[in-house]
Every structure is written in C-alpha cells, then in structure tokens.
Design a binder for this molecule. Structure first.
Ligand SMILES: NC(=O)C1=CN([C@@H]2O[C@H](COP(=O)(O)OP(=O)(O)OC[C@H]3O[C@@H](n4cnc5c(N)ncnc54)[C@H](OP(=O)(O)O)[C@@H]3O)[C@@H](O)[C@H]2O)C=CC1
Ligand SMILES: Nc1nc(=O)c2c([nH]1)NC[C@@H]1CN(c3ccc(C(=O)N[C@@H](CCC(=O)O)C(=O)O)cc3)C=[N+]21
Length: 309
C-alpha cells in the first residue's frame, strides 16, 4: 500500500492565519476595534518561553495587540489573581492566556476560574468546557482540539458521521475536549488512557486516531487500522540520535517527536500529521482565531465560521 498522505498542519495554519488577518482588518474597518490578547507567563520555563514568543510574533503579524506579562516564578497567587482582575476589566484585552504549567505554589484551577469566560482564549474555563459538553453555541473551544478537528475535516470532509474515533489521553486541555468535538460531529468515540485494557486493540478499531499522551512514539505502526487518519498531538523533546542511533554521537542535541512512531505509522495510515509541522502550528493559529472571535463577540460583530462550531 502507498504511504499515508502527510497532513500539512504548517501550511493549513498559514492559511488560517491569513483568514484571521483578514478578519482582524475587517473588524477594525467596521467597528474600529483591534483584537488584543494578554499572555501571562509565570516563571522562566524554557519551552514555555519559546511558545510564548511564537504567540506574540503571530499576534503582531496578524495585526492584533499583544500584551505581555512575564512574571517571576515566585509571584504570589494573590498577585496573579489581581493581574487577571485587571485584564478582565481592560476593554483593550479581548483574550487572556495564562501559560501552563504554573509554578506548584499556584492553584491552576483557581487561576483559570478567575478569567471571565468571554476572554478565556484557551477555552479552559469550566463555563466554556460546559458549553462545549452540552453542545451549546458560544463555547470557546480549546485551541489544540479545535486545530485537530480542522485538520480532520480538511482530510475527510465535514461529514464524519459513523466513523469510529479513538482519543488517546483524557486531559482537560486536549483529550476531553477533543472527544467532545468528535462526538458532536457524530463519530462513535472511545477515550483511552493509562488504565485502558489492550490499548493496541482499541487503537486498531479507529478510523480516526488522536494521540495526546506525552509518551514519545508510543503508538506503533501495528496499532493503526490500515487507511486510518492519525492526528499526533504529542510534542516530546528527546535526545537526537546520530547515524548509528547513538545518542552520545550528538551530546546535548535534541529533536521533537510525537506520540506516534511516524516512520511505522506512515506505512499503514491513510493520512497522518507530522511532528513538528502538524498540530503544533494549528494550536497557535486557533489561539489567534479564538482571540478574533472574542473581539467580534465583544463588539457585536459576526464571529468567524471556523471558530463558531
Ligand atoms: N500540539 C500542541 O499544540 C500541544 C501538544 N501537547 C502535547 O500533547 C501531549 C499530551 O498533553 P496533555 O494532554 O497536556 O498531557 P497530560 O499529561 O495532561 O495527559 C496525558 C494523558 O495520557 C494518558 N497516558 C499517559 N501515559 C499513558 C500510557 N502509557 N498509556 C495510555 N495512556 C497514557 C494519561 O492517562 P491518565 O489520565 O490515566 O493518567 C492522560 O490522560 C504532550 O506530549 C504535550 O506536550 C499539549 C498541548 C498542546
Ligand atoms: N495556557 C496554555 N495554552 C496552550 O495552548 C499551551 C500551554 N498553556 N502550555 C504549553 C502547551 C504546548 N503548546 C504548544 C503550542 C505550539 C506548539 C508548536 O507550534 N510546535 C511546533 C514546533 C515548535 C518547536 O520547534 O519547538 C510544531 O509542532 O511544529 C507546540 C506546543 C501550547 N500549550
């Protein structure tokens, strides 16, 4: 069988960012409003700094306002809550993103709950999770599952009814909302996790397999149903191996791999996202989309169709 189609998330995300830029220009022209996102980073985590920088770059490129709040790792929880209160009250701020994970002394759920749901660009607030779970309009959908769904639709079309979907991972930020979106799209959805019995067999039944476990290359080629659509959410930094697959050949060097063993899976799947260049760029593009959508709602302007599922 021919190798799988590689789903080019990087290219799709570039197109989506261009559509968002058009929407930003239209909102400015019609309502005189420039969408703004506040990004709050607490601490100096290297990976988080990379993501935050790429978010800020994307905002500026798309004509949006970026408000950066880089705070020390020992910031008091009460000061973080007070900062969120100020951002909630600021009319120039349409979206608020608090980069996760937060330092251990801060209660993440308490912080996420403090963001007004209308400005919750990540879609992590319980109100947005509840709107999504009950199929109500107006939910802000978490960026990674939204981006994954857009790639699935681009690959299989909008009609996903009757397809068997397996979501591997049940986190609040990826696995659970991903399963909700696929359920809403009339897939028959199974959620798998660390206590699932016979994970390979569950995976092999899936027409659509979304892997979000954070375990480098855990999903092997023979776990995949021939022709399946595979969405690899995992982003894992591992030591780079040299020509003889010896890590020591390039000490200190790392590379990114997904949760799927790509070289095996590409021989079995019908379509598959690469890492990097798959879901990751979609997450950032969807964050821009959610920010534009929040600004549109605040201004009473129509919400872009891709954000209004
Ligand atoms: N592309 C992107 O933009 C983004 C990528 N990510 C990446 O996605 C991955 C998942 O992230 P996130 O959802 O936050 O991760 P979490 O660690 O919050 O959740 C991981 C899930 O995987 C399950 N799991 C862990 N080990 C196994 C195993 N051996 N077998 C079966 N299930 C297992 C856990 O099960 P249990 O609940 O039973 O413990 C849990 O539900 C990570 O690699 C992360 O870096 C995350 C966000 C955005
Ligand atoms: N409140 C919050 N919201 C998030 O959405 C959030 C977060 N916290 N904490 C961390 C995770 C992770 N995340 C990624 C975003 C983009 C890429 C991305 O663009 N990756 C590129 C590669 C980047 C590289 O080379 O390092 C790619 O896959 O092609 C990856 C990961 C968002 N997260």
């Amino acid at each position: 069988m021919a190798d799988a189609t590689i789903i080019d998330g990087k290219a799709f995300a570039a197109g989506l960012r261009a559509r968002v830029a058009d929407g930003v220009a239209a909102l400015k022209a019609s309502h005189g409003v420039t969408p703004g996102l506040a990004v709050v980073l607490v601490g100096e985590d290297a990976a988080s700094q990379v993501y935050v920088r790429s978010k800020e770059r994307a905002l500026v490129e798309l004509g949006m306002n970026s408000f950066d709040h880089h705070e020390p790792a020992d910031m008091a929880e009460s000061d973080l809550l007070a900062l969120i209160d100020r951002l909630n009250a600021d009319p120039a701020v349409h979206g608020i993103l608090v980069q996760l994970p937060l330092p251990r002394h801060i209660d993440t759920q308490k912080v996420l709950a403090r963001i007004v749901p209308e400005k919750d660009a990540d879609g992590f607030h319980v109100v947005n999770a509840g709107l999504l779970a009950t199929g109500q309009p107006g939910a802000i959908v978490p960026c990674t599952p939204l981006g994954s769904l857009l790639l699935i639709r681009d690959t299989l079309g909008r009609d996903l009814k009757g397809k068997r979907a397996l979501v591997l991972g049940r986190s609040n930020i990826v696995g659970k909302p991903m399963a909700q979106l696929l359920l809403q799209a009339d897939c028959t959805v199974t959620m798998a996790h660390s206590r699932t019995a016979d994970l390979p067999a569950e995976c092999r039944r899936a027409d659509i397999l979304v892997a979000a476990v954070g375990r480098p290359e855990m999903v092997r080629g023979d776990w995949i149903k021939p022709g399946a659509t595979v969405i690899d959410v995992g982003i894992n930094r591992v030591p780079a191996v040299g020509i003889n697959r010896v890590a020591a050949a390039e000490p200190g060097k790392t590379r990114l791999v997904g949760d799927v063993a790509f070289d095996e899976a590409v021989k079995v799947a019908g379509a598959i996202t690469p890492v990097p260049g798959g879901v990751g760029p979609m997450t950032i593009a969807c964050l821009m989309l959610n920010t534009l959508a929040a600004a549109c709602r605040a201004a009473g302007a129509p919400v872009p169709e891709e954000a209004a599922l």
